[in-house]
Design a protein around this ligand. Structure first.
Ligand code: NDP
Length: 500
């Protein structure tokens, strides 16, 4: 309606509404194709190139647009401009995904869910690349590829493989906290609308004076947590493998906009030094009692993408995309992700991925020392110096234009003067690693029948493990959380194996 654009080739040549028909000598049509038929050649050649590399993790997703509204003036702990005025709104892109399975897989399968957000703030983009769980399976980044491979397909059979899954986790037991969440009801959430999201990592809110506060971020659904039972999730996986995409898309389409409240837990550097938990260990939470949640904002998703490929598939999120007032902590997992995410985007989308419309900042961008490269979309800064230190056209900084400190330097605070020897990062497990999983087992016990469901979910998976010795090691792992849990798991799993 109202669209009088006509069909052209990609270079603009109008295309006539006629079929390719080459007459044979005998007068019959449709015999020959010619290389001069650019319309045909370009149509076929482009089709073969429609797919870009699928994300190695987080391939299956749903995305939408919306807004973040600040509900608190946070200038007491950050100079981030999007948080410095009550009622200030910032537009947001959200992408929620499963982690291990491929893009065509069922989105109700048991998995952690990725939760990425791009906040298009007036001081540049801020990406929050979170999960729907507050902890993670590992705390040493070198294990990341191994973890993910063990959750994907076996290198020989090309099948998901419970033996490989549990072999990894027995060998890397620091994931026990996350495993309990994964096998709880929260491992099969109903839809993004009914999940929480968590920063997992410790981040820092910074101020222009260089001071900082450690923070964990919690995004809590206002629709209420809702999960599928194992039986429901399995049934829906067969009936509608795209259930989550459909649920989210339709809700936004009919104006039933999902809302989340956004909270922070804040910790001073002095408190961090004394706290019983290593705040750079991603397998641990900060107790709500020790560090209560404080609301800073509200998130509402209210617009579907106009085009999935352009808006969501081409979106690239990275924890390294940060604004003045928000910074990384020394968490080794986070430090590794600061490199790995943009590196993945460069491979998947090309070196100029930040110029794609869905990734482009709405704030002004002048980055003349990143030039050229494949698929440069803008004027490439014309004749501006492509080297630092020009006296002909000196580079202006924020202060030169605005007359005040940008706060930008506040990402690099003079903090964390850690003293010690440089050593390989260790992820050895101790009894302290079982304290929070045991507390979680108690939290799960508050809900009638939930502990039982966790055990049943585990039985289904552990009973697929081929080797009795490996199964024994799994029972021992869960016994360290709670003796009765380990025993019940052993009894029910071995009984299930005998019964088959
Ligand atoms: P509280 O006793 O104050 O609260 C327990 C929290 O557990 C709830 O607020 C809820 O988090 C969360 N929870 C409930 N069911 C599940 C589940 N199946 N999977 C994951 N989380 C669930 O907590 P504490 O701060 O004293 O911590 C006790 C334990 O709770 C921790 O060891 C940790 O395992 C877990 N937990 C703690 C969180 C934290 O940031 N402190 C966050 C999430 C879990 P929510 O309100 O976020 O839904």
């Amino acid at each position: 309606m109202g669209d009088d654009r006509y069909y052209t080739l990609a270079e603009g040549r109008p295309v006539a509404n006629s079929k390719t028909a080459v007459l044979m000598r005998n007068g019959q049509g449709g015999g020959l194709g010619l290389l001069q038929d650019t319309h045909l050649i370009e149509t076929l050649a482009h089709f073969s190139r429609e797919r870009i590399p699928e994300r190695v993790v987080h391939a299956k997703a749903v995305g939408s647009y919306g807004e973040f509204e600040a509900t608190r003036d946070c200038s007491d702990f950050t100079c981030a401009s999007f948080l410095n005025k009550v009622g200030k709104k910032t537009s947001v892109l959200q992408r929620v995904s499963t982690v291990g399975p491929e893009s065509g897989s069922a989105d109700t399968s048991r998995d952690v869910h990725g939760w990425s957000m791009k906040l298009y703030t007036d001081e540049g983009n801020l990406d929050w690349v979170f999960n729907n769980t507050p902890v993670f399976f590992i705390r040493d980044p070198i294990k990341f590829p191994s973890l993910n491979r063990s959750h994907k397909r076996h290198p020989q059979s090309h099948l998901p493989d419970a033996t490989m899954f549990w072999d990894f986790h027995v060998g890397n037991p620091e994931g026990i906290h996350q495993l309990i969440i994964l096998f709880s009801d929260r491992g099969t959430p109903k839809s993004p609308r009914y999940m929480n999201a968590y920063s997992g990592h410790t981040y820092k809110f910074t101020k222009a004076d260089g001071s900082f506060t450690y923070a964990k971020i919690h995004i809590k659904t206002q629709q209420g947590i809702q999960n599928f039972s194992r039986e429901e999730a399995t049934k829906i996986a067969g009936k509608n493998p795209d259930y989550m995409i459909e649920d989210m898309f339709q809700a936004v389409e009919r104006g039933d906009y999902p809302v989340w409240n956004v909270y922070v837990q804040l910790m001073s550097p002095e408190e961090a030094e004394k706290y019983e938990v290593n705040i750079f260990d991603m397998t641990k939470v900060w107790s709500h009692k020790d560090f209560p949640l404080q609301q800073i904002g509200r998130l509402t998703m209210n617009r579907n993408p106009r085009n999935y490929f352009a808006d969501i598939e081409q979106a690239a999120f990275s924890p390294s995309t940060m604004v003045p007032g928000f910074a990384a902590s020394a968490d080794p997992m986070l430090q590794a992700r600061l490199f790995a995410y943009p590196d993945a985007a460069r491979y998947r989308l090309g070196v100029n991925y930040q110029q794609l419309p869905t990734n482009a900042a709405k704030a002004q961008v002048y980055s003349p020392f990143q030039r050229d490269g494949r698929m440069r979309l803008d004027d490439n800064y014309g004749g501006d110096p492509n080297y630092i230190g020009s006296s002909i056209k000196p580079t202006k900084f924020y202060q030169d234009v605005k007359g005040s400190s940008p706060g930008a330097l506040s990402q690099h605070t003079d903090h964390e003067n850690w003293v010690g020897e440089v050593a390989a990062y260790t992820s050895e497990i101790t009894d302290a690693d079982f304290v929070q999983p045991a507390a979680l087992w108690g939290v799960i016990g508050r809900e009638p029948g939930h502990q039982d469901r966790v055990i049943e979910n585990l039985v289904l998976s552990v009973s697929e493990v081929k080797y009795p010795e490996l199964r024994k090691a799994v029972y021992s792992l869960f016994s360290r959380v709670n003796k009765d849990l380990g025993l019940a798991l052993e009894e029910r799993t071995e009984a299930a194996i005998k019964a088959t």
